[in-house]
Design a protein around this ligand. Sequence first.
Ligand SMILES: [Zn+2]
Ligand SMILES: [Zn+2]
Length: 332
Amino acid sequence: MKACLLRSVAPVESNPLVYTDTVTPKPRRGEVLVRVRACAVCRTDLHVIEGELPPRKSPLIPGHQVVGTVAELGEGAHRFRSGARVGVAWLHHTDQVCEYCRRGMENLCDQPAFTGYTVDGGYAEYAVAPEEWIYAIPESFHDHQAAPLLCAGIIGFRSLRLSEIKPGGKLGLYGFGAAAHLAIQVARHWGIEVYAATRDQRHQQLALELGAVWAGGTTAEPPVKLDSAIIFAPAGEIVPAALKALRKGGVLALGGIHMSTIPPLDYNLLYQERVVRSVANNTREDGTEFLRIAAEVPVQTQVQVYPLREANRALNSLKNDAIRGAAVLDCT
Ligand SMILES: [Zn+2]
Ligand SMILES: [Zn+2]
């Protein structure tokens, strides 16, 4: 099969992914082989490829927002029929035995496997995943539109949940890439007022088009106090600005897997029972619930599509804030 291989971590400007032939994987017991049709590009892929996350496998096929059809069933796999359209997300599987898995917090598993990081992912024509960890994709979504739902969408949704925003509340979104452009649509559906703070003017414009009541720069102060805020940008220096915008008792959720150092905080920014919390991975319940809501809204995914062989170009565009919505690789 064709795939984009990462042999050693490097800045994406050096075009580190090599488009080449490699062995098609075989589904093991309980796994399915997926013929990949589309794989969306996530900021986490940048962190993996550039080494901000420590390398865990080499060579590696990145990509964890995979949409495709079931091409082959491994022994004992029966949840999906051959040809069914499915999605593979970041959490490839967990051990199911650690204290977190047993307590319903599988997203915090001690021994997790991550798609496109610790196991091969979807920048390829084929990928394998355990049937218990893949998702049925609602029919209403085209392959390209569905792919960004698998991480940007699900993590955005979990971030909304953990931000404790309520219907009718005021929510700040810091950074307006793939995750925020989906989260805002769910938030608007729930009757939430959204304030978008992002450095790129094109992204501010997109936020306004998607129903934000205000858009400004990352450290600009929104015109009202916010009940909750989510930071999707990987920049720790935004934390004090976001805390400053929160009302007393407000919650700030950090949606990224990697963030630059958070500067020293004046305790007054945190005092009055403000909360800062991170968001790590997702449970299967988050994924199933989000896909149901995404179809109900219905969420409109804005995508820029690149052929699989041009993954390096897509990653460079993402790094340069040049993607409106989400970048998606066409793997057909
Ligand atoms: Zn576990
Ligand atoms: Zn992701």
